[in-house]
Write a protein that binds this ligand. Structure first.
Ligand code: 5GP
Length: 189
């Protein structure tokens, strides 16, 4: 997606060789007009896939999922990373290793919001080693729902997530795949 690639080239910052900072439009400040184009693109890519729910993970996935959901006309459910008295007692849980934080954390979704046979599209901002998506997939499977697709805004193709998920037969589509990053030189596939 040209708009996304231009945005990454113009505003992205490479941090510690493996992390791309896109705080000015995706991870802190949100460029809504741009996110709207992302939402439309996901709809175009998955237009022939029957979905009735979008699942994502807090926090950065939420904005992407909500904007995309308007084009799919389906609800969004986001997995929570923190325990809270507000959360129902009955939850599906999975353990995820965080690439950016370097530690494990639990994700939880109330059993009320994923039903058996739901057709679920998972959306997220980044794909690195695939742990976040695998955690969401685990929750979808616990609920006996179907993971019908995974949409990622930025896949870092030099990390293993894309290969792992595609080898599992997951219908994974990324709007931009980065093959290498150095200082401020980003190369796309
Ligand atoms: P994975 O679970 O695939 O290893 O990592 C994906 C998750 O880690 C995403 O949900 C995203 O929040 C975060 N992440 C991984 N790599 C990057 C990166 O280069 N930049 C940013 N901003 N987040 C990343």
């Amino acid at each position: 997606m040209k708009l996304l690639k231009d945005k990454i080239l113009n505003q992205g910052k490479v941090v510690d060789k493996h992390i791309l900072k896109v705080d000015s439009f995706l991870n802190h400040q949100l460029d809504i007009k741009f996110l709207n184009e992302i939402g439309k693109e996901f709809k175009e890519i998955f237009k022939d896939t029957h979905i009735n729910k979008i699942l994502t993970i807090e926090a950065s996935g939420i904005a992407i999922a909500c904007i995309a959901a308007q084009y799919f006309n389906v609800p969004v459910v986001f997995a929570k990373k923190t325990e809270s008295k507000n959360l129902d007692k009955e939850t599906y849980e999975s353990e995820v290793y965080s690439f950016t934080k370097g530690k494990n954390y639990k994700i939880r979704v109330s059993k009320k919001y994923i039903e058996k046979n739901d057709n679920i599209l998972v959306l997220d901002d980044f794909l690195a080693n695939g742990r976040a998506v695998l955690g969401l997939k685990d929750i979808v499977e616990q609920a006996e729902a179907n993971l019908v697709g995974v949409g990622i805004v930025i896949e870092k193709g030099f990390q293993e997530g894309g290969t792992v998920l595609r080898n599992m037969g997951i219908n994974l589509k990324s709007l931009a795949i980065i093959d290498s990053m150095e200082e401020n030189r980003v190369k796309f596939r």
